[in-house]
Design a protein around this ligand. Structure first.
Ligand code: PEP
Ligand code: MG
Length: 537
């Protein structure tokens, strides 16, 4: 039995088998083969398996995001039936070469052909050829797509996880996350929290191949990861896990109840989401709306920009799922820890202080306009609101509003129906909090991003695990800025909420209500916990 301490991200307990997740850098090597018929059989079988996977993905996407969005998997499946593509693979195998290599040769040949075409649509197909070919290669090499080889859910142990890796993982296959690196305020931690999975980061351990398949326990209450617990401890942890599950079930009784204190003060409790299917978790937690849709997650884990149509379907689906409840979509906050290759961002000395979020959008308006068009088109299907991240000046807000007006004007001419859309900003820089009185005159609401507000106020990098213990999330400077921001909002007659992780800190719920905070937006898993805290006041 070994125990390792880490920083807990979600208070919960998981017991299960360990899987050591390593980065997916498989490499195809050219080898000679003698049994050509067997190799052809192998590649044909892999194509069949790939088609089955794509059919399953299509069915899943159909339910979660609708037909328009699911279509891509159907197209990929059809591409795998293309005679020219299959022939190109088979020709190489017939030369006595292994199937993995043959698939990559066909991939390069077809991707190059598409990339050299003039038509933008056909050019974009190059990425699809790579996508389907790599699926077949992974199957041939026995590498699972998300790296998790079993269907039995596992405790995923990793050195570190990027937001793109986390977002691609199938929640149903994971019981908990434990990482060597990472800080509790990183986006990976936020994702774990939104998946309602116990998780530890910054864990003092050195995982290795031998850990695979061993029994582990993640104790998110005490920040401990235990490998191969003895029977006594295992029994004790199973008992505590059952208690945790029972406590969660007790919170279920608060569904349908008001977020109201015993002296009658009310607050909205909304949920933070990162992808369309999270809206189901928000609904099932009885959230009053979506207080933060981190739209940049639609841009992660893929090779090309999501089109206006794709984004429109995503926003529309969330709005429809939420059935008239407010859905606040934050425009993309790419940059800092959320890296996307196809944005071609240059490496920076200080990415958190760099080219990110609204700065990219104002500099590359074509990206921004595509997103705004998609949101406004979707706004006809529910109560959409938009907020803009990383604002530091009144001028930025005015420029944003000009672009919004332009987009609305164009959509009107094109005949699209649109709903009324509130416009707000994230107050997540000290600058925005300090000039909140001026900013409040420009917008309909404020949403305070305490994750970034804390990092910029205390000069503590939220990604740096070494600073975790010195970072006082209840620092009076941060609380003072929150109070100022809420006051400025109310003086101007607008509302103010909090959507950073601090919103779920129930030690501060009363403080926030005393400040007059109108809305708390938390991960779906924390909605009922915060409701209980409010009702207990
Ligand atoms: C924040 O900074 O508090 C916030 C909600 O935005 P993000 O965590 O996505 O940076
Ligand atoms: Mg932020």
């Amino acid at each position: 039995m070994n125990k390792y301490s880490g920083k807990s991200v979600l208070k919960g307990i998981a017991v299960g088998r360990i899987f050591w997740y390593q980065k997916q850098d498989y490499q195809v090597v050219k080898t000679e083969i003698t049994d050509i018929d067997a190799e052809i059989g192998r590649y044909k079988q892999a194509i069949e398996t790939a088609k089955e996977q794509l059919t399953a993905l299509y069915d899943e996407a159909l339910v979660n995001v609708g037909e328009d969005h699911a279509m891509i998997f159907d197209i990929h499946r059809m591409m795998l039936e293309d005679d020219d593509y299959l022939e190109a693979i088979e020709d190489v195998v017939k030369e006595g070469v292994n199937a993995e290599y043959a698939v990559e040769m066909a991939q390069d040949q077809f991707a190059e052909m598409f990339a050299s075409m003039d038509d933008e649509y056909m050019k974009a197909r190059a990425a699809d050829v790579k996508d389907i070919s790599q699926r077949v290669v992974r199957i041939l090499m026995g590498v699972a797509e998300d790296g998790i080889p079993t269907d039995e859910p596992v405790i995923l142990v990793a050195d570190d996880l990027t937001p793109s890796e986390t977002v691609k993982m199938d929640k149903n296959k994971i019981l908990a996350f434990v990482t060597v690196r990472g800080s509790s305020n990183s986006h990976t931690a936020i994702l774990a929290r939104s998946m309602n999975l116990p998780a530890l980061v910054n864990t003092a351990m050195e995982p290795s191949e031998e850990w695979n398949g061993k029994v582990g326990v993640v104790d998110g209450f005490n920040g401990e990861f235990i490998m191969e617990p003895d029977q006594e401890l295992l029994d004790e942890m199973i008992r505590r896990k059952n208690q945790w599950v029972a406590d969660l079930e007790a919170l279920e009784l608060l569904k349908g109840k008001d977020n109201v204190t015993s002296d009658g003060r009310k607050v909205h409790i909304y949920a933070n989401i990162g992808k369309v299917s999270d809206a189901d978790a928000a609904l099932s937690a009885d959230a009053g709306g979506i207080g933060l849709f981190r739209s940049e997650f639609l841009y992660l884990g893929r090779d090309t920009f999501p089109t206006e149509e794709e984004q429109y379907v995503s926003y529309k689906t969330v709005l429809e799922k939420m059935e008239g409840r407010k859905v606040i979509i934050r425009t993309l906050d790419i940059g800092a820890d959320k890296k996307v290759d196809y944005f071609n961002l240059e490496p920076e000395e200080n990415p958190a202080l760099g080219y990110r979020a609204i700065r990219i959008c104002l500099d590359r308006p074509e990206i921004f306009i595509t997103q705004l068009r998609a949101i406004y088109r979707a706004s006809a299907y529910g109560q959409a609101a938009i907020m803009f991240p990383m604002i530091v000046s009144v001028e930025e807000v005015r420029r944003v509003k000009e672009i919004v007006e332009q987009v609305k004007g164009e959509l009107k001419v094109e005949g699209y129906p649109m709903g009324g859309v509130e416009l707000g900003i994230m107050v997540e820089t000290p600058a925005a909090a300090v000039i909140s009185a001026e900013l409040a005159k420009e917008v309909d609401f404020f949403s305070i991003g305490t994750n970034d507000l804390t990092q910029y106020t205390l000069a503590v990098d939220r990604q740096n695990q070494k600073l975790e213990s010195t970072c006082n999330t209840h620092h009076p400077a941060v609380l003072k800025l929150i109070e100022m921001t809420v006051q400025s909002a109310h003086d101007a007659g607008i509302w103010a909420g909090i959507c950073g992780e601090l919103a779920a800190d129930t030690d501060l719920t009363e403080t926030f209500l005393d400040m007059g905070v109108d809305e708390l937006s938390v991960s779906p898993s924390a909605v009922l916990k915060v409701r209980k805290a409010v009702r207990d006041i």
